[in-house]
Design a protein around this ligand. Structure first.
Ligand SMILES: NC(=O)c1ccc[n+]([C@@H]2O[C@H](COP(=O)([O-])OP(=O)(O)OC[C@H]3O[C@@H](n4cnc5c(N)ncnc54)[C@H](O)[C@@H]3O)[C@@H](O)[C@H]2O)c1
Length: 451
């Protein structure tokens, strides 16, 4: 931990006092799944907010009070705009007006499954062009330990201004869980790491206005915290999938096992199997550490093993589907009609990034099945860079006639908005990868195959 100079102390004291009076403009860079609710939290706390995104379609939508994220309805956007304290813009010249700049931009993997921090780099370069003394810059995007020190700070210091002296820099990982109604930005504690006391105090002052803060000693520790959380999830999800496969061969229902095991009040935490990994976090973040570990001459065998186990899951599901079609309907997959129920990567959201459903559709088509999908949250598949072949597909309505017209329904996402009793009643055969049909009437259970 570095010591704090006199000028840094003054910078920090002034900033903290202004934060306590809500006399700061909080700039949020990247108004996606993370940045939009974060903007809302700072508005609710009484701050002025400058929302910045390079995607002008998002800025246009917000300006006209419209949402582009299903679980954040229009009314919440309109309420944010109605505060009169939210400015949304694509004009980088406005960045100098912000006292804090919180970066919530994508951190994907490139085609070689290595960290793609080009968005972080570009955003930081943009900030550097407008950086002024006294500003606080915080990276919130998930990334490998060292990004804030080796990339963000290095770029910002090319301005001639010095971190910890002229401006402040911190890292605070985002823990947003879209669609989770039990937790929101204001009820999820925020880990904050900075390399000097002055910078840490400035970042704490900002974040403690919206939630409980957990300070850690430096930026790389905070970066490691986020990866640890997501690696823990990856490994436990992989384990639950491996147990599913093993127990299935023994005639044991893994969901029943997990539900009973979780009654142990300590030492066990439930994770559930599914058709594979999805979303912007768990399939990606752990491999940021794998990449960085390699640079330190270390391997991440646990992470890679877990990745291998879950990557096999879509194939295992398709094999189970083929077997069930043969046993129940005496049909093969080729020439059959399959409805994939759920396109989003997890329940109750409209996010289909890295969704295993896309792999399932792709594999079924490879086997020459006719495949449609139903998803109450994704009426139409937008054009995506990764899967242009699915662009324009439309969600099929879950009517009795439609369900009867398919040979098989493959439940890949357990959205609450779907009536599973209705679905199973009218579908000839159901492959359930989420235990979504667990409460179905006894007389329908013979139609369900868990996979
Ligand atoms: N979505 C989640 O559930 C979640 C949860 C925790 C952490 N995270 C992490 O948060 C980060 C952001 O994820 P997200 O899901 O919000 O992504 P997103 O794609 O929904 O939003 C990112 C936004 O950044 C914008 N953007 C790109 N470059 C920009 C730039 N130079 N300046 C300003 N805006 C720019 C994009 O237009 C987009 O609107 C990622 O690192 C992700 O891993 C995401």
């Amino acid at each position: 931990m570095l010591t704090t100079s006199k000028s840094a102390e003054t910078m920090s004291r002034t900033y903290v006092a202004r934060a306590q009076k809500r006399d700061l403009c909080i700039g949020i860079m990247g108004l996606g799944y993370v940045g939009l609710p974060l903007s809302e939290a700072f508005l609710s706390a009484g701050f002025r907010v400058l929302g910045f995104d390079i995607d002008s379609a998002k800025i246009d939508a917000l300006t006209s009070g419209k949402t582009y994220i299903a679980h954040i309805p229009d009314q919440r956007i309109a309420a944010m705009m109605a505060t009169g304290r939210l400015e949304v813009t694509s004009d980088e010249g406005r960045l100098a007006a912000a006292d804090a700049l919180l970066m919530c931009v994508p951190t994907p993997l490139n085609i070689h499954r290595e960290p793609d921090i080009s968005y972080v780099r570009h955003t930081t370069e943009m900030i550097a062009r407008h950086l002024r003394p006294g500003q606080l810059v915080v990276l919130e995007s998930t990334t490998y330990p060292g990004t804030s020190d080796e990339v963000v700070q290095v770029i910002l210091e090319t301005t001639g201004l010095k971190a910890g002296v002229d401006f402040a820099i911190a890292y605070s990982p985002e823990r947003e869980d879209p669609g989770n109604i039990d937790f929101s930005t204001s009820s999820i504690p925020k880990v904050v790491g900075a390399n000097t006391d002055a910078e840490r105090e400035m970042a704490i002052a900002v974040y403690e206005a919206i939630t409980k803060v957990v300070p850690v000693s430096d930026m790389k520790t905070a970066e490691a915290v986020k990866l640890t959380e997501n690696i823990f999830r990856l490994i436990n999800i992989a384990l639950s999938n491996e147990l599913k496969t093993v127990f299935q061969g023994m005639g044991i229902d893994v969901w029943e096992v997990i539900d009973a095991a979780k009654t142990k009040p300590f030492g066990f935490m439930p994770f559930y199997p599914g058709p594979g990994l999805g979303g912007h976090c768990i399939p990606i973040d752990p491999f940021y550490l794998t990449w960085k570990a390699r640079a330190h001459g270390e391997t991440t065998r646990f992470i890679e093993l877990a990745g291998d186990v879950v990557t096999r899951m879509p194939k295992i599901v398709i094999e189970a589907l083929a077997e069930a079609m043969s046993a129940h309907l005496q049909k093969s997959v080729a020439g059959s009609r399959v409805l994939v129920a759920g396109l989003a990567y997890k329940k109750n959201v409209d996010d289909m990034r890295e969704s295993p459903s896309l792999h399932l559709i792709h594999m079924l088509r490879e086997r020459r099945a006719h495949v449609d999908y139903h998803d109450p949250h994704i009426p139409l598949v937008p054009t995506t860079r990764d899967h242009p072949e699915f662009s324009g597909m439309k969600s099929v309505a879950l009517t009795e006639a439609n369900l009867k017209s398919y040979d098989c329904v493959l439940i890949s996402t357990d959205h609450d908005a779907v009536d599973y009793e209705f679905l199973v009643r009218h579908a000839p055969l159901v492959i359930d990868t989420r235990n979504a049909a667990k409460n179905i009437s006894a007389d329908l259970r013979h139609k369900i195959v868990k996979a």
